[in-house]
Design a binder for this molecule. Sequence first.
Ligand SMILES: CNc1ncnc2c1ncn2[C@@H]1O[C@H](COP(=O)(O)OP(=O)(O)OP(=O)(O)O)[C@@H](O)[C@H]1O
Length: 155
Amino acid sequence: MILLETLLYIIKNGKVLLIRKKRGLGAGYFNGVGGKVEDNEDVNNAAIRECIEEIGVKPRGLKWMGLLEFWNYDNNAIESIHFVHVFTASDYNGEPRESDEAEPLWFNINEIPFNSMWEDDSLWLPLILSGRRIYGRFIFNKWRMISHEVHSICT
Ligand SMILES: CNc1ncnc2c1ncn2[C@@H]1O[C@H](COP(=O)(O)OP(=O)(O)OP(=O)(O)O)[C@@H](O)[C@H]1O
């Protein structure tokens, strides 16, 4: 299964808006807002749509910050490969609200709750929050990370 997905981080007044995911892949973890790109949808619009669906705000000032690949093995078989386009946004319209998918919470940029996030996040999210564009590839077995590579992209 190959999946195209988005992640979006709204950064404003020195804080970043995360969600506590309430269901599906990564339930219980903090993450950016995001999800699967739909057929015939571009990744930019998918990032905006997921943000509206999950926390009820329309992000503004979107910036493409990079691409992540998550390869998840089940021993020798590939279970899924996720291609994830990552964006930041500098502003938004509306007020963040909880939905059945997500609870929004603001964190100081230097107080991100990495202990309650996917294992890979601490390897690349600080780069993005400091304005760097990245490419990363992370290999998992049954969703435990077994190897990784992260590169800054010069633009
Ligand atoms: C393995 N390490 C990881 N580190 C950081 N983020 C990760 C991740 N693995 C998946 N993600 C993100 O988690 C969201 C899941 O979204 P997910 O609930 O599956 O999608 P969507 O909202 O479309 O779901 P429904 O099918 O509608 O329930 C999606 O943004 C995806 O990029």
